[in-house]
Design a protein around this ligand. Structure first.
Ligand SMILES: Nc1ncnc2c1ncn2[C@@H]1O[C@H](COP(=O)(O)OP(=O)(O)OC[C@H]2O[C@@H]([n+]3cccc(C(=O)O)c3)[C@H](O)[C@@H]2O)[C@@H](O)[C@H]1O
Ligand SMILES: Nc1ncnc2c1ncn2[C@@H]1O[C@H](COP(=O)(O)OP(=O)(O)OP(=O)(O)O)[C@@H](O)[C@H]1O
Ligand SMILES: NC(=O)CC[C@H](N)C(=O)O
Length: 568
C-alpha cells in the first residue's frame, strides 16, 4: 500500500489557507499514485486551536470545508483531522476527529480516545473522548487510526502511565494490520528520540507497522518539529520526513501477507541536541512573525550575549535585511557595549543605529529629584535606564511596524532579573525557555559547528568572541555583574531545572546537591515571587519539558513556604 504523509504547517484558525494546503497535498499524493494520505491532528484548524473552538460558527465552517475537500478525494482516501460536534449531544462538547474521505465524500470518522490535559495541553476543556477506537478497511487492509495522545500510554515505556485505556492495544485486538497516528506533538529537546523509541516499542510489541504524521511549524509558544515517519513491524525506521519544514513523505508498506518488510521511503536524518534547539527557535520565531503579519524585527543590542544570540536567530529566521539593531549606551555602558554590538551587526549585515540615552536619563533624574531627595539611590535609579530603553524601542516598533523582540533568558525570567516595563518591553521572546548556560552553548554552536547555518552562510563566527567571554552584566551601575546578585549560572540553572522542570522541593535539591542551603532557598523564593513579572512578560518559545507560561500555571498572590520542609 502506498501511503502519503502530509506534514503541513497550518496557521491556527486559517481555515481557508489550511484547506489550500490540504488540497495541494492531496493533488501531489495522487500524482505519486498514493492510495491514502494522512494529515496531522486537527490539520484543518491547526493545533492548538484553543478557544477558537468555542466560537459558534467554527464547527459548521470546518464541516463544510471537509465536505468540500472530500469532493477531491477520488482515487485516494484522505484522513483529515478536524473538530466535530459530539454525537453524544452532551452540552457543548466537541470531539477531536479524523474524517475518512473517499469517493468524493466523507465516509466515516475516527475519534480521539485519550485527551491530554497536562503541561500545555488542555483538551478536556473542549473535547469528549471516543468510547472506543475504530478501524477503516481499504484494499483488504485494516487501518487502525489513532490520534496523537492515543499512542502515549505504553505501560512499559512510561514511569507513570496516565490512563487505564490503551487505544492502540484495542485497535490491534480489533484486527488492525497497519497503525496510523495523526499527531500534533510539539518540540521539546530530546523528545523526538523518545517518540521514535515509543513507536518502535509499539511496532515490535504488536508486530505491526506504524505510520506517524506530525504537524510542523510554530504556533505561538509551541514549535512542531514534524519528523513524521514510518516504522515497520520489526521496529525499523523505513521512511522519515524532514524536520522543521513542510514535507510530503511517500512510503510503500508491504501487503499484510508479504514476507518483505523492508520497503521504500526516503529517510531524512532528524536533528538532535543544540542543532534541534537552534532550528526550533528559528522556525518558531519565523512563524510567529509571519503568522502575525510582521515583516521586520527590531531589538536592542547591548553587546551582551542574550541580545547577540537573539539577533543571530532573527537574521536566520527572517533575513538580515529585515532586522534592525539599536544600541543605547548610558553613562555606565562599557566601551565594549557599543563596539561589540557594532561588530555583531556588521558581521550579520543588519541595519544598526546608536541612540544614547543620557539626555533622557538626566531629564528623568531631575524630574524625580524633589520627590526622591531623602531616599537612597538604588535599583529604582538603575531601572530608569532600562525603562528609557523600553520606551525608545517601543517608539521604533510603532514607527516602523517592526516587532520588538525581547532578549530575556529562562534563568533571568525565573528569578526576575529583568526590569518590568524596561527590558521586558516587547512582543515576543525567543530565549525565555533557554537557560543562560544553554545561551552560551548555542552561541558557541552558531560560531563553530559545521551544522551551523550562519557559519555556512557567512563563513565566519558571527557572534563576537568578546561577547561570549566577558562576564554577564546589566550595566545599570558602575562595574555591575550578574553574579553580584545571583549565584553562578551553572548553579542557578540546575536549581531552575530541578525546581521548575522536575518539580523537586527545596529540601530535595538541598539533599541531592552540594549547593548552599540559603542560596537554594533564596532562588526558589525568587522563582515563586517573580510569577507576577512572568505573567506580564511577552510570550515566547518552549523548548524544555516545562516552560514558564501556559504549561505552568502558578498563583501570584500565594504564600507557600518552601522553608517548611527544609526545617528552618
Ligand atoms: N506581586 C506583585 N504583583 C505586581 N507587581 C509587583 C508585585 N511585586 C512587585 N511588583 C512591582 O514590581 C516592581 C519591581 O520590579 P522591577 O521594577 O522590575 O524592579 P526590580 O525587580 O526591583 O529590579 C530589577 C532587577 O533586575 C536587574 N536587571 C534589570 C534589567 C536587566 C537585567 C539583565 O541583566 O538582563 C537585570 C536589575 O539590576 C535589578 O536587580 C515593584 O516596584 C512593584 O511595582
Ligand atoms: N546599552 C544597550 N543598548 C541596547 N540595548 C540594550 C542596552 N542595554 C540593555 N539593552 C537591551 O536590554 C536587554 C537586557 O539587557 P542587559 O544588558 O541588562 O542584560 P543581559 O541579560 O546581560 O543581556 P545581554 O546579554 O544581551 O546584555 C538587552 O538584551 C538589550 O536588548
Ligand atoms: N496533541 C497531543 O495529543 C499531544 C500529546 C502527546 N503526548 C505529545 O506531545 O506528543
Amino acid at each position: 500500500m502506498r501511503i502519503a504523509i502530509s506534514q503541513i504547517n497550518p496557521t491556527v484558525g486559517d481555515l481557508r489557507g489550511n484547506t489550500k494546503l490540504i488540497l495541494r497535498d492531496i493533488s501531489r499524493a495522487k500524482d505519486r499514485n498514493a492510495q491514502i494520505i494522512i494529515f496531522p491532528e486537527l490539520a484543518l484548524i491547526g493545533y492548538p486551536p484553543k478557544d477558537l473552538l468555542l466560537k459558534p460558527r467554527v464547527i459548521k465552517q470546518c464541516a463544510d470545508l471537509v465536505e468540500h475537500i472530500a469532493q477531491s478525494c477520488t482515487g485516494i482516501t484522505a484522513f483529515i483531522g478536524y473538530p466535530i460536534a459530539s454525537p453524544k449531544g452532551a452540552g457543548h462538547l466537541l470531539q477531536n476527529a479524523v474524517a475518512v474521505c473517499a469517493d468524493g465524500q466523507i465516509q466515516n470518522h475516527h475519534v480521539k480516545t485519550l485527551l491530554p490535559n497536562y503541561d500545555v495541553f488542555d483538551e478536556r476543556r473542549y473535547f469528549e473522548p471516543a468510547d472506543t477506537p475504530t478501524l477503516t478497511t481499504i484494499d483488504n487492509q485494516n487501518l487502525g487510526i489513532s490520534i496523537c495522545e492515543d499512542l502515549w500510554n505504553e505501560h512499559d515505556v512510561f514511569e507513570r502511565p496516565l490512563y487505564h485505556l490503551n487505544p492502540v492495544d484495542q485497535l490491534v485486538d480489533f484486527g488492525a494490520d497497519i497503525l496510523i497516528n495523526a499527531a500534533a506533538s510539539p518540540y521539546v529537546l530530546g523528545k523526538h528520540e523518545f517518540r521514535l523509541n515509543l513507536m518502535r516499542h509499539v511496532a515490535r510489541k504488536h508486530h505491526k507497522p506504524i505510520v506517524y504524521c506530525n504537524q510542523v511549524g510554530g504556533n505561538d509558544e509551541l514549535v512542531f518539529d514534524g519528523n513524521s515517519c514510518v516504522i515497520n513491524a520489526s521496529g525499523e525506521i523505513i521512511a522519515h520526513a524532514k524536520d522543521f519544514e513542510e514535507d510530503l513523505l511517500i512510503a510503500d508498506l508491504p501487503d499484510k501477507n508479504s514476507e518483505n518488510d523492508r520497503l521504500e521511503g526516503r529517510i531524512e536524518q532528524p536533528k538532535t541536541g543544540l542543532n534541534s534547539v537552534y532550528h526550533a527557535l528559528t522556525l518558531g520565531l519565523r512563524d510567529y512573525v509571519r503568522k502575525c503579519g510582521f515583516t521586520k524585527i527590531v531589538l536592542g543590542l547591548s553587546g551582551g550575549i542574550d541580545s547577540a544570540l537573539t539577533c543571530a536567530i532573527a537574521v536566520d529566521a527572517i533575513g538580515k535585511e529585515n532586522v534592525i539593531g539599536i544600541g543605547m549606551p548610558s553613562r555606565y555602558s562599557s566601551d565594549g557595549s557599543v563596539s561589540d554590538a557594532e561588530i555583531l551587526a556588521s558581521n550579520l549585515g543588519i541595519d544598526f543605529h546608536v541612540i544614547p540615552i543620557e539626555q533622557a536619563h538626566t531629564a528623568l533624574e531631575s524630574m524625580l529629584t524633589d520627590l526622591f531627595k531623602d531616599t537612597q539611590q538604588g535599583v529604582t535609579e538603575e531601572n530608569i535606564q532600562a525603562r528609557i530603553r523600553g520606551n525608545v524601542m517601543m517608539s521604533i516598533s510603532n514607527k516602523f511596524g517592526a516587532l520588538l523582540v525581547t532578549t530575556g533568558n529562562k534563568s533571568e525570567m525565573a528569578v526576575g532579573y529583568c526590569t518590568l516595563y524596561g527590558d521586558m518591553c516587547g512582543g515576543f521572546s525567543v530565549l525565555c525557555d533557554v537557560p543562560k548556560t544553554m545561551v552560551y552553548d548555542l552561541s558557541r554552536w552558531i560560531n563553530d559547528s559545521p551544522d551551523s547555518p550562519l557559519l555556512k552562510q557567512y563563513n565566519l563566527p558571527v557572534i563576537p568572541v568578546d561577547t561570549i567571554t566577558k562576564p554577564p552584566s546589566a550595566e545599570l551601575r558602575p562595574d555591575q555583574k550578574d553574579q553580584d546578585s545571583l549565584p553562578d549560572y551553572e548553579i542557578l540553572d540546575e536549581i531552575v531545572e530541578r525546581y521548575v522542570e522536575k518539580e523537586q522541593s527545596a529540601a530535595h535539591i538541598i539533599d541531592e546537591t552540594d549547593f548552599d542551603k540559603d542560596i537554594v532557598l533564596r532562588m526558589v523564593r525568587l522563582i515563586d515571587l517573580n510569577e507576577y513579572k512572568r505573567r506580564q512578560a511577552a510570550p515566547g518559545l518552549k523548548i524544555t519539558g516545562r516552560a514558564f507560561g501556559f504549561g505552568r500555571r502558578m498563583p501570584i498572590a500565594q504564600r507557600y513556604d518552601n522553608r517548611w520542609s527544609v526545617g528552618d
